[in-house]
Design a protein around this ligand. Structure first.
Ligand SMILES: Cc1cc2nc3c(=O)[nH]c(=O)nc-3n(C[C@H](O)[C@H](O)[C@H](O)COP(=O)(O)O)c2cc1C
Length: 167
């Protein structure tokens, strides 16, 4: 089995969780290769040898980020703003030639708990493209806007990654 993990991150939290999920996947039986790439570097079409795609991004304004919300992050002190997020990558992504398995996750601030999930929106867009969901969208908590990742969440992401091959 081959997997591709595509993530977007501004402060690095979603990136760390993407790496943790990839570690979990790598430890699963039958997994040959797991690549982890930022949305800015992600391919315009899924390689036919990839069986599972995992997509993760931060929740901004109750959904996936936009150029405008990423720009707002500057006002919260962010210095490295990616030119493209998972929303734009998914928009431009070619429909898969077969129903490639997909799982999504997002990060959200633990306090206050807000409604809305980038992972749910990403899943909806990916299913509309022809991907096949293997799990419900998952959320991992971060402290404030810039992090760090909340206690236990990296471990939970690792464990989640390890379950994704079951489906
Ligand atoms: C403009 C902006 C809007 C945000 N909106 C939400 C939101 O609606 N819900 C939420 O839980 N967190 C929200 N956050 C917090 C982000 O989810 C948090 O910054 C992100 O999870 C950190 O991950 P990263 O380091 O990978 O960017 C927002 C952050 C920014 C910068």
């Amino acid at each position: 089995m081959r997997a591709l993990v595509v993530y977007e991150t501004i402060w690095g939290n979603t990136g760390s969780l993407a790496e943790a999920a990839a570690e979990g996947l790598r430890g699963s039986a039958g997994v040959e290769r797991v690549d982890v790439v930022a949305a800015t570097e992600a391919p315009p079409a899924i390689d036919p040898e990839v069986d599972l795609v995992v997509v993760g991004g931060p929740t901004h304004a109750f959904s996936m980020s936009t150029a405008s919300t990423r720009n707002n992050a500057r006002q919260q002190g962010a210095t490295e703003i990616p030119a493209r997020g998972i929303r734009e990558w998914i928009d431009e992504l070619a429909a898969p030639t077969s129903a490639v398995a997909v799982a999504t996750f997002d990060t959200r601030t633990v306090k206050p708990r807000l409604p809305g999930s980038a992972a749910k929106k990403a899943m909806k867009a990916l299913v509309a493209k022809g991907f096949r969901p293997v799990d419900s969208p998952k959320t991992f908590g971060v402290h404030g806007y810039s992090g760090p990742v909340a206690d236990g969440e990296l471990e939970r992401a690792r464990e989640w990654g390890a379950t994704l091959t079951d489906a």
